[in-house]
Design a protein around this ligand. Structure first.
Ligand code: SF4
Length: 362
């Protein structure tokens, strides 16, 4: 690992193995949620609006259509994701999100609103996509924007996903902790490069709302130190040649039902499968691997397979499998692993869901 970025910092605290795979851009083995593609489009629109490259609704429409098309072409080329095209159908509230993005875009056009809502009525200039790093480059990343105001510098980050904790007993909205940590690390990086602290940290959401992240300079410096230590620990685990490859994976991985449920590396993660065997009674994702004992193509063209899961005595049935979604069903295979199934009403019966993915195993 060469570097740890502020956006990955929380991920390293959850499961180092997953964070390492993500930061090295290792191909995922399960499909991402289609709304992640919409998030990419919205983020690109935010960047362009904020830098003044989008100057009105017509530009917005052209760019929106073109970015959506780019994402959909990329998805169509993936056997795991092609059924999510078009995004208009697969992303919930697509039209609402598009309208929210349009409203945010209007607020971001520099000639129309010189950021006075964000910065107060101060004179501002702004830089986009500002690289911030420690002197040794071991912690670093791009802040979406920095505004230079008479009162001091403001670090701004645009978020296209959820910003606020949904379970919150306080009357004030609380920004997700991982987002707070990310912004605090930007503050510390900013200080490490410029020998001064920003005056504030702001998150701007899809609907144009913005949230202040309160920060304490010592806390930010401690987080930066912690990020450097995590990087050191990881590299020492990876380069330690005294143990086996499996031991190294086990040291880096933190398998848990909550963490692994949203991890796209489950199919290739040995510690995940091992932990499932150890703690069989807890609520793991509906995944299975085992010998295929029967396979039937039904009258409606869908496939039903019966599997004897590894280490178990009860066979399970998986139905409603669309052969065009699962290339492996066209081949001959003895052993498969199936991920993200949906439990049926009958015990040991499952069916295909939108995220169900099948691999053959040797
Ligand atoms: S499957 Fe679980 S343990 Fe494995 S990398 Fe993903 S989150 Fe970590």
């Amino acid at each position: 690992m060469k570097r740890i970025t502020p956006s990955q910092f929380s991920a390293f605290n959850e499961c180092k193995l997953k964070a390492i795979l993500q930061s090295n851009k290792v191909n995922t083995l399960l499909p991402p949620h289609p709304s992640a593609h919409l998030g990419t489009v919205i983020h690109k629109i935010f960047e362009k609006s904020s830098s003044g490259e989008i100057t009105g609704d017509d530009d917005f429409k052209t760019d929106w259509d073109s970015y959506i098309q780019e994402e959909e072409i990329q998805m169509s080329l993936s056997w795991m994701e092609k059924h999510f095209v078009p995004l208009e159908k697969s992303v919930q509230n697509y039209e609402v999100k598009k309208q929210q993005c349009l409203l945010s875009m209007r607020n971001m056009i520099p000639s129309q609103l010189p950021h006075s809502e964000i910065t107060g009525n101060f004179h501002t200039t702004k830089s986009e996509e500002v690289w911030l790093q420690t002197p040794d480059g071991k912690v670093g990343g791009y802040a979406d924007a920095i505004m230079y105001t008479d009162a001091g510098d403001v670090i701004v980050d645009y978020k296209t996903g959820s910003i606020i904790e949904s379970e919150n007993n306080s009357s004030e909205p609380i920004v997700h902790e991982n987002i707070q940590l990310q912004l605090k690390l930007y503050a510390a990086l900013y200080n490490s490069m410029n020998a001064k602290w920003p005056v504030s940290l702001k998150i701007v959401g899809m609907n144009g709302d913005f949230y202040d992240i309160q920060f304490d300079e010592d806390e930010c410096s401690d987080l930066l130190f912690e990020a450097g230590q995590i990087l050191k620990e990881i590299n020492s685990t990876i380069t330690n040649t005294s143990g086996s490859y499996e031991l190294m994976l086990n040291r880096l991985a933190s398998p848990s039902p909550q963490g692994c449920r949203f991890c796209s590396y489950r199919p290739g993660c040995l510690p995940y499968w091992e932990q499932r065997d150890v703690e069989q009674e807890i609520d793991w994702p509906y995944d299975v691997k085992g010998i295929v004992v029967d396979k039937k193509r039904l009258g409606n063209g869908l496939v039903l397979i019966t599997i004897m899961p590894d280490g178990q005595s009860n066979a399970i049935k998986v139905r409603v499998l669309h052969p065009n979604r699962h290339p492996v069903l066209d081949n001959s295979y003895d052993k498969v692993s199936i991920f993200s199934m949906i439990a049926d009403n009958v015990p040991d019966n499952y069916k295909e869901g939108l995220f169900t993915t099948i691999y053959s195993m040797s």
